[in-house]
Design a binder for this molecule. Sequence first.
Ligand code: SAM
Length: 236
Amino acid sequence: MNETKLSKRLETVAGFVLEGAKVADIGSDHAYLPSYLYINGQISFAVAGEVNEGPFQSAVSQVEKLGISDKVQVRKGNGLEVISSNEVDHITIAGMGGALITDILEAGSDKLHGVKRLILQPNVMVERIRIWLRTNGWELIEEVILEEDEKIYEVLVAERGNGDEPYSDDKELELLLGPFLMKEKSSPFIKKWESEVHSWKRILNQFEQARETTEVIEKKADLIKRISKVEEVIST
Ligand code: SAM
């Protein structure tokens, strides 16, 4: 991977950046994503934010090598503290857990005023992001699930709007599976949830051996309900 050839995962993120955007890529490591976007003429400006010294230095070397340091500005700092209000209109955050991504958005909520689009690629705990978006006035407008090097990734795109869109009857299930992804039922989606159901069944089996406390009974009931709902989605 480099500034001209991204991984399929980051290429998917890049595909959702609108022409002429100003982007903050938070947790930018080598700054591959913003460099690619700038070199391809897709964006006019980017901030590559990094909290750790090693990846920060890698990003600095990358943009210096390309001679684009004034247009892809590498800044060291935690989350959205590297940008000022109204400096960017897109934020990309990729390759971190859903909890860290929502912590970054929450802590930097005062920097989100001029931001039109969020493109988020959580490695785990994707549901957390859907919940955060829904409760913070961001409408999930698109989702993609893809497989690369035997790992499954999800990319979520949100714009300002009614957080209740696009959810309908069973919000809990839609927040877990993804309202768009559960309709599409692509093969990475089926693979991901077959594997989740498999591990839930293992946990359930352990609960069957445990002493029946109120907590165990509740957890078992919750797992049985979840397994049945997810199995219904992936089997139809
Ligand atoms: N975004 C790149 C990608 O998707 O390939 C790099 C992903 S890498 C696994 C996560 C990066 O986020 C690391 O370089 C880490 O230093 C950085 N990071 C973690 N927490 C951060 C935070 N709070 N603010 C800025 N960067 C952070």
